[in-house]
Design a protein around this ligand. Structure first.
Ligand code: CA
Length: 227
């Protein structure tokens, strides 16, 4: 498992790297925001440990930009003591969890394990990066979708929505959750946008779009992807 550590305190970099390596992780570190974002955007890491106060670009901006690039690597933010409101902001911008400095090493290791396990469970089952349901095939690496093995044209937003559904299948998502997760924090679409995109996706994926089998409406709550 590869961990990217984005942190500017030399002492903490040494301490964390030593401990994580002794636990069997492969650790790479970046010491400022832009280089951290560049490394994380390669998608080569299983987890990002992201400090908030960083030179040149803070951790919130790094998390937001990473999610806007469509990279879903789990992010564990490291915040300074007492930054309660900032923690909430961090989670809203795409972090998966946060830890307040100073923290116990055992707690950090436990949080890392939970995030890695969770993202592993969410990942597509097939080792070649493909996910199949019904007569639909989704190739995540090439961002291609097929129906009965023929190419299906999906817009970038439809693909992101489908990917989110697949990664979070079985869970009910409100329209607001979908807006935050798929359209992003800075976007200003309305919940009507979600309904329109769902309708388009159903037209393309469902055998009978009026009686959807995969993208189900949960009345009064939102939508759920079921396979
Ligand atoms: Ca710092």
């Amino acid at each position: 498992m590869r961990i990217l550590l984005v942190e500017d305190e030399p002492g903490l970099i040494v301490t964390l790297t030593d401990r994580l390596v002794s636990e069997g992780y492969e650790v790479t570190s970046s010491t400022d925001g832009p280089s951290g974002l560049e490394a994380a955007a390669t998608g080569e890491f299983d987890l990002v440990l992201l400090d908030v106060m960083l030179p040149k670009k803070n951790g919130y901006d790094v998390a937001r930009d990473l999610r806007q690039k469509g990279v879903s690597t789990p992010i564990l933010m490291l915040t300074a003591k007492g930054e309660t409101i900032d923690k909430v902001l961090g989670l809203k911008l795409g972090a998966d969890d946060y830890l307040t400095k100073p923290f116990e090493m055992m707690e950090l290791l436990a949080r890392i394990e939970v995030l890695l396990r969770r993202s592993h469970e969410r990942a597509p089952q097939q080792p070649n990066g493909e996910f199949r349901f019904g007569n639909i095939g989704v190739d995540f690496r090439r961002a291609e979708v097929t129906r009965d093995n023929s190419p299906l044209e999906l817009s970038a937003m439809e693909f992101r929505l489908l990917q989110f559904f697949i990664e979070n299948r079985g869970t009910v998502h409100s329209r607001d959750d979908l807006l935050d997760a798929v359209w992003g924090y800075d976007a200003m679409p309305t919940t009507r946008t979600v309904d329109v995109h769902i309708a388009w996706l159903r037209q393309k994926l469902e055998e009978n779009p009026r009686h959807p089998q995969f993208i189900q409406t949960v009345h009064g709550m939102g939508y759920k992807f079921v396979v």
